[in-house]
Design a binder for this molecule. Structure first.
Ligand code: HGY
Ligand code: MN
Ligand code: MN
Length: 415
């Protein structure tokens, strides 16, 4: 039995994580749960029921950010928030996001079981669409809560089938004006997100808890390359305008630009490459790329973006193709709140857990929650640092330690 602090078991939490993981568009153990899809709705219903069973008041906003409130004795004070996301990219695992949502719920249940009474309310948040799969932009729910994406721009978001955010949210049952999603500064008295590290450091060093000081600055750009296409056999090589070989040059140029900064914190990936018409005997006439560029130093990341833009101009003129580039987002990095980090550090010490400070190379909803509240994150190890894969794994011991530190910290902040 894995316990949280004084003889409290998290076996129920481990079972809930497995149940949630089975709510998937793919065959378990593969987790695919794209926002506003059928599996997403079933997962939301499951988690909302767990929150209601725990005696929390559940509500949703116009795009499906979900709130589960444990009212404190002084409800006028801004609540202490915790939470994360339950949507999952294709071919993902059980723990990314879900540890922060179900672990946050477990921390609340543990505090209730121990007879703690919060002065400030404690609010569990399930952010809509942390993953960029559906609309190409990450942290949609928290981004709009922080007013970092206006309703006007949000209305223009479409998925690959051309369906708009409004169409999809209405289908999922979320009504109300997009203008109602934005929250004022101070909406939360503090925000703490529990998440798996999605990297190898904690496990490799044998450290129980990561205290996140900074969250890397993510940027995403869409590139469309238009060539001429044609018959693969009858079109001679001279004069071809092959969209895919042109795109291949851009993919390699992006990789080279990220490596050229010389900083280990600069990363760049071309994760999506759609080829049209996609027939073996037809020269590609159009290619759509989606690129992901990150760094904990925003200016250094932007220099990589500039190199990519320069490569687009060079390839376009040399190959006679037409290249259009759309910057989907280029967010600043977040600095976590020192007082909340200190509270997390005190909790780790009190629980006798080892910890270290670190940056988050993945982005999280805390990147935007930090714009409306003092916030910080705590990481637990994940096996081999693996994430965004079905073999993603966090042990009950690691999860138990994270829930215990979270519970202690929430109790401290809500007192
Ligand atoms: O891509 C990320 O960093 C996050 O897991 N969505
Ligand atoms: Mn993720
Ligand atoms: Mn995540």
């Amino acid at each position: 039995m894995t316990t949280v602090g004084p003889k409290l078991s998290i076996d129920g939490l481990i079972a809930e994580l497995k149940t949630l993981g089975n709510i998937s568009e793919a065959e378990p153990p593969v987790v695919t749960r794209v926002v506003f899809g059928e599996a997403d709705l079933r997962a939301r219903a499951y988690v909302k029921q767990l929150c209601a069973d725990a005696g929390l008041a559940v509500s949703e906003d116009a795009i499906g950010n979900t709130f589960a409130l444990w009212e404190g004795t002084d409800p006028e004070l801004a609540p202490i928030g915790t939470g994360s996301h339950i949507d999952a990219i294709p071919n993902a695992g059980l723990y990314d996001g879900c540890v922060g949502v179900l672990g946050g719920l477990e921390a609340i249940r543990t505090l209730k079981q121990l007879g703690f009474t919060p002065r400030r309310s404690i609010e569990l948040v399930i952010f809509t669409a942390e993953e960029p799969t559906r609309f190409g932009i990450g942290c949609l729910g928290s981004r709009m809560m922080a007013n970092a994406l206006t309703p006007e721009k949000a209305r223009n978001l479409r998925d690959k089938q051309g369906r708009t955010l409004d169409e999809l949210r209405a289908w999922a049952g979320f009504e109300g004006s997009l203008e109602s999603v934005a929250m004022p500064l101070g909406r939360f008295g503090g925000f703490v997100e529990l998440h798996i590290e999605q990297g190898p450091t904690l496990e490799r060093e044998g450290v129980d808890i990561g205290l996140v000081t900074h969250i890397a600055a993510p940027a995403s750009l869409r590139i469309t390359v238009d060539g001429e296409g044609g018959h693969a056999g009858a079109t001679l090589m001279p004069g071809r305008k092959d969209a895919l070989t042109a795109a291949a040059e851009l993919i390699l140029a992006l990789e080279a630009a990220a490596k050229a900064t010389g900083a280990i914190d600069t990363v760049a990936t071309t994760g999506v490459c759609d080829v049209f018409p996609g027939a073996v005997n037809s020269i590609p006439s159009r290619v759509r790329l989606e690129t992901d560029i990150r760094d904990i130093d925003g200016a250094r990341r932007d220099r990589v973006i500039d190199s990519l833009k320069a490569a687009c101009i060079d390839v376009e003129s040399r190959r006679g193709v037409t290249i259009t580039l759309e910057q989907v987002n280029a967010d600043p990095p977040a600095t976590c709140d020192a007082a909340i980090l200190a509270a997390l550090e005190d909790s780790a010490k009190a629980a006798g857990k080892s910890y270290r400070k670190m940056v988050s190379r993945a982005y999280h909803d805390s990147l935007f929650a930090a714009r409306i509240a003092p916030g910080a994150m705590l990481f637990i190890p994940c096996r081999g640092g693996v994430s965004h894969r079905p073999d993603e794994y966090a042990s009950p011991e690691w999860i138990g330690a994270g829930v215990q530190i979270l519970a202690r910290t929430l109790a401290h902040l809500a007192s």
